[in-house]
Design a binder for this molecule. Structure first.
Ligand SMILES: Nc1ncnc2c1ncn2[C@@H]1O[C@H](COP(=O)(O)OP(=O)(O)OP(=O)(O)O)[C@@H](O)[C@H]1O
Length: 553
């Protein structure tokens, strides 16, 4: 999670260590304003030194409005600064001000430069502040197509947008065009028809359902490849499943996510091409067969339990030792858990080197997608790069290529493929996943592990150590095909199984469940393969998710 506005004690009014009195002041970094106050560009923050703060704060505190502060210094991290401008001799700075542990609102600082001879210096100073607030790989004034799902989550997306998100976009001078989705699939149509040169990103005020639709809509454009590269897909978390924002914005708070998007860096994202029957579409998050899909989609009738329904559904199925038989064929890239951790470590090192390089010199190679300012060249209709890449392993209806290794899994309990780390706020299921490593992370677990072992595994999920469990098979894969079949309950266990289904919320369920990006698809065979770096998102750190990676065994 972000160490700035997200962190528990990150108050922009707190002094960063050593800010007051210990800074080596470069004259260009300091701006003297009225009331003998100074504004200084520090290492990571803007530092406001103002004797008047003490008096004004105490006075306000008298009205019970603000706590008494004895300090005369404020520090506002550059990350939090949304905009700064000079109008005549007035400097105004808008920034994201923490409001409680999990949200922020727009605050501002306003000073007049009384020494008129400082005008040119002030102009340069404001530009320097903006350069720090928006490093070279972060575009200012993003052009945002906002899609609001009025029925996402508890149905508060519209009011969250108005109250918590829009003021942040406005303060950051983003250009926004807002549209509400009116029906299922509407976001696919909007993304398919949108002018990809008119927007930098689509921001979905929704759960994970709308981003899924937007990727698929962009994939239907005539120049699909360019559309998917040109427009970043982002999430303003307003749904019941907000995994995309957890992974890329590091938060499921709408206001904090808005800041992360304002400050977001364009980054490539692998997409997963799914074929099922004659359908083909893209998944950005996960595919689940077995206990995870059942605990999510099979507990709709328990919605009254709130988010606890997932845990409840999971526990009931674990205690019932439910199994979901399937034939599974996989193209595995890395099988050994130690090698997976090493590959992750290597990727982090590369990412850090690339980030350092980017700050040293701006690149004009748009294939890196590092710079928002990059101009994406128009592609000729019908040109090679316009079309989507052909599937390397064919479709689910083709004969299985020899690269696949097939295994019958009559006792499968959990089959879960992930393209991102967090699946929900307390569930970093795939700690080794990377946005664009060209691989999916695949977990499979037998349904016959003892109840005690299964419960033990459940507790490891939130610590990100499920992958280390000896009974968990965790692989990096390029493609797989899964053919699920219904489990035939032996006669003597029928009544027990029926009670289990009733308790687990699936009494009326006739067939098994498959969840792709959290949405239900038909219970039949499907094939999945990674299409490296096909999509584009905005992220905080480029090539990694907001998680600290796999834990040592
Ligand atoms: N106006 C609408 N009426 C009905 N469904 C809609 C509407 N707009 C969008 N949808 C659909 O709602 C589904 C779920 O959306 P979303 O992911 O935003 O919310 P959620 O609350 O996280 O999801 P879920 O209901 O699956 O828990 C998407 O498949 C989307 O197509």
């Amino acid at each position: 999670m972000d160490e700035r506005i997200n962190s528990h004690n990150a108050n922009p009014f707190e002094d960063p260590a050593g800010s007051e009195g210990h800074i080596e002041l470069d004259a260009a970094a300091v701006l003297t304003v009225d009331r003998n106050a100074t504004l200084t560009l520090g290492t990571d923050s803007l530092i406001v030194l103002d004797e008047g703060l003490r008096h004004r704060r105490v006075a306000k505190n008298g009205c019970g409005l603000l706590p008494q502060l004895s300090k005369t210094t404020r520090a506002v991290p550059f990350y939090n600064i949304l905009w700064a401008e000079l109008t005549s001799f007035e400097v105004t700075i808008h920034y994201a001000q923490p409001a409680g542990k999990k949200s922020c609102r727009v605050g501002y600082i306003n000073y007049t430069v009384t020494d008129k001879s400082l005008h040119a210096h002030t102009k340069r100073w404001v530009e320097a502040l903006m350069d720090r607030a928006y490093p070279s790989n972060t575009k200012r004034r993003k052009r945002v197509k906002v899609l609001i799902n009025p029925f996402g989550g508890q149905g508060y997306a519209q009011s969250l947008w108005t109250r918590e998100i829009e003021p942040i976009f406005a303060a950051a001078r983003c250009e926004v065009d807002v549209e509400k989705t009116a029906y299922r699939g509407h976001a696919v149509e909007i993304a398919e028809k949108m002018d990809v040169d008119a927007f930098d990103l689509v921001a979905c005020a929704s759960g994970d359902g709308l981003p899924h639709e937007v990727f698929n809509g962009l994939a239907k454009q005539k120049n699909a490849r360019r559309a998917l590269r040109r427009v970043a897909v982002t999430q303003l978390p307003c749904g019941s499943g907000n995994a995309m924002s957890l992974n890329l914005n590091g938060t499921d708070s709408p206001s904090l996510a808005a800041v992360a998007i304002v400050k977001g860096v364009r980054s490539p994202l692998d997409l997963v091409a799914i074929t099922q029957g004659n359908n083909k579409y893209y998944s950005f998050l996960s595919q689940a067969v077995g206990i995870v899909a059942e605990s999510d989609l099979g507990t709709e009738s328990l919605r009254w339990m709130g988010s606890f329904r997932f845990t409840w559904g999971f526990l009931v199925r674990i205690l019932g030792q439910t199994i979901y038989p399937a034939e599974v064929s996989v193209v595995t890239e890395i099988e050994d858990k130690h090698a997976i951790r090493e590959a992750y470590r290597h990727a982090i090192e590369e990412q850090q080197a690339a980030a350092a390089k980017l700050t040293q010199s701006e690149t004009d190679d748009d294939s890196l997608l590092g710079s928002e300012e990059t101009v994406v060249p128009p592609l000729r209709p019908g040109s090679e790069r316009a079309v989507l890449p052909p599937l390397r392993f064919g479709t689910v209806t083709d004969t299985l290529p020899s690269d696949f290794q097939t295994q019958d899994m009559p006792n499968l309990g959990n089959f879960y493929a992930g393209n991102m780390c967090w699946m929900s706020p307390d569930a970093p299921f795939f700690p080794a996943s990377l946005p664009a490593d060209g691989k999916m992370d695949l977990i499979n677990i037998s349904g016959l592990v003892s109840r005690a072992t299964a419960l033990g595994m459940l507790t490891t999920v939130e610590h990100g150590t499920l992958m280390n469990h000896p009974d968990v098979n965790y692989r990096k894969v390029l493609a797989y095909r899964i053919t699920p079949r219904m489990h035939q309950t032996p006669d003597k266990r029928r009544i027990r199984a029926q009670i289990g289904r009733w308790l687990g919320g699936s009494a009326k369920q006739k067939e098994g469940l498959i969840a792709i990006d959290g949405e239900r698809v038909p219970f039949e065979a499907f094939q999945a393969e990674v299409v490296p770096a096909l999509g584009t998102v905005l992220s905080k750190r480029g090539a990694i998710y907001e998680y600290d990676g796999p834990k040592p065994a």
